[in-house]
Structure formats: structure tokens, C-alpha cells
Design a protein around this ligand. Sequence first.
Ligand SMILES: NC(=O)c1ccc[n+]([C@@H]2O[C@H](COP(=O)([O-])OP(=O)(O)OC[C@H]3O[C@@H](n4cnc5c(N)ncnc54)[C@H](O)[C@@H]3O)[C@@H](O)[C@H]2O)c1
Length: 254
Amino acid sequence: MAKALVGLVTGAASGLGKATVNRLVNDGYKVIMCDLPTSSGNTIAGSLGSHVKFVPTDVRSETDVKKAVDTCQELYGKVNLIVNCAGISTARKTCNFNKGSPHDLQEFSNILMVNVVGSFNVIRLGAALMGKNEVDENDQRGVIINTSGFAAFDGQMGQAALAASHGALNSMTLTIARDMASQNIRHCTIAPGLFDTPLTDFLPEKVKSFFSDMTPFPKRLGKPEEFANLVVSIVNNPFLNAEVIRLDGALRFS
Ligand SMILES: NC(=O)c1ccc[n+]([C@@H]2O[C@H](COP(=O)([O-])OP(=O)(O)OC[C@H]3O[C@@H](n4cnc5c(N)ncnc54)[C@H](O)[C@@H]3O)[C@@H](O)[C@H]2O)c1
């Protein structure tokens, strides 16, 4: 029997990351769940069985991410798949002219620190372990997937920080794929439209149904399981590399 694959997922205690963990566990993976110590990661991991381990991780921290990767090596000896879903959002205009207040600079840089620097931190440290894998039947050592978002393409008012972070994730997809190619590792980025997760819980039902109506087909928000489906599809297609894939029911904002 083939040895179980090992996945490391960030933002694993909620939304898209949590759905990815559930899917990987169902597919027989061993999983390292990374999320903030304040998250419900430990409880979720406990409910999923002995092949799932929660490692409290702030993706911005070199120490935390090293510990997560080291734990992966100690427990499972390898990592085959890394999925970065840890991310934060904000809605703030570049300058609020009515109040005379510019966008808080710390808030802007925190979005970039978590979404971009955090994802890169996980990739650079995780890749060092992934690169040691034996090649599989497709001559491949592993797959790394980032999560950006629709704001990279048609960011709305108040999304300067989010658009900058998602755009950066999209832009670094090709270059990271090229950097990883010598070790037979693939890298893709998923750019979700609007998904029904705790991140979008703050939206009033009226606004959610407005966005659902705007979506050509299917007329609804995405389901986190559909994101997890795409993760698995990317893994299962050995010729897919350096691609930014929109997953949004054809939703486009003007
Ligand atoms: N839900 C959507 O509609 C949507 C749309 C486009 C893009 N995205 C992107 O997808 C990603 C996941 O979104 P989601 O909907 O699952 O959000 P979510 O809020 O449900 O989950 C995000 C998780 O990331 C964790 N996290 C936040 N900061 C962290 C840090 N510094 N270190 C480690 N973990 C941290 C949170 O604790 C949380 O568990 C985000 O980057 C988001 O911008 C989501």
C-alpha cells in the first residue's frame, strides 16, 4: 500500500483552510494544522483523530513556522502538500475625506504581513522539507498552493490593502514555481470569489444575496468544500503549474 501523504495547512481552523483539512483527512492524508493559538485549532484537530496535529502558529513568525515544519518532520517525516489559507481582511478607504483621516499605515502593513509575508514564510521553510522527498510516480516531490482573492483583479473601494496582498500573491506564483522547479515541486494560487466562511459572516444577508445575484452561475456564494475540491484537483493534475485559478462562479465586479 502507498504511504499516506502529508499536508500542512495554514488558517486551518476556519473557513477555506478548515474545509481543506477535512477533505485531506477524508482522502487519507496526515495533516499538520497551523493557525493562531487563540483559534479553535486544537479542538478541531482533536475531533479529527490521531492523524491530525494542531501546531499553534502565527504565520508571520519564523520561530512558529519552523516549529510547525519541524513537528511535521518529527511526526510524519515529510510534507507532500502545503496549502496557505491563513489570511486577514479589512475594509478601509485610502483616505476618509469626510473625517479627514488617512488609512492607518499599521493596518495596511499588517494585511501584507499576514497575507503575503506569512504565506511566503511558510513556503520558504516548508519547501526546505518538501525538497527532501523522494519523487513520486509523477516524478514530483510536492505541491504548494496559496490563496489570493478577487480583489487582485477588480478590487472595490476600501480594498487597497487586500488588493495589494492578493495581487502580490498572484504575482509571485510564477516566480515561486520557477524557483521550485529544480526540485520538482509545483506551485499554484487559488483566487476565490466570495465564499461562505466566517470571513464573510459580517456581511448582512441582504448584501450576501446581492452578491449571489451578481454571480452569473451558480447564483450563490462559494462553498468552502468547493475550494477544497480545487486543492485536490491541482494536486491530482501533474501538468498544472504556476497558474492563478479564479474560483468564483464567473463573478466580476466593475
Ligand atoms: N471567504 C472569502 O470570500 C474569500 C474571498 C477571497 C479571498 N479569501 C482569502 O482566503 C483566505 C482564507 O479566508 P477564509 O474565508 O477561510 O477566512 P477565515 O477568517 O474563515 O479563516 C482565516 C484563518 O486564518 C487564521 N489567521 C489569521 N491570521 C493568522 C496568522 N497571522 N497566522 C496564522 N493564522 C492566521 C484565522 O485565525 C482563521 O482561522 C484569506 O486569505 C482570504 O483573504 C477569502
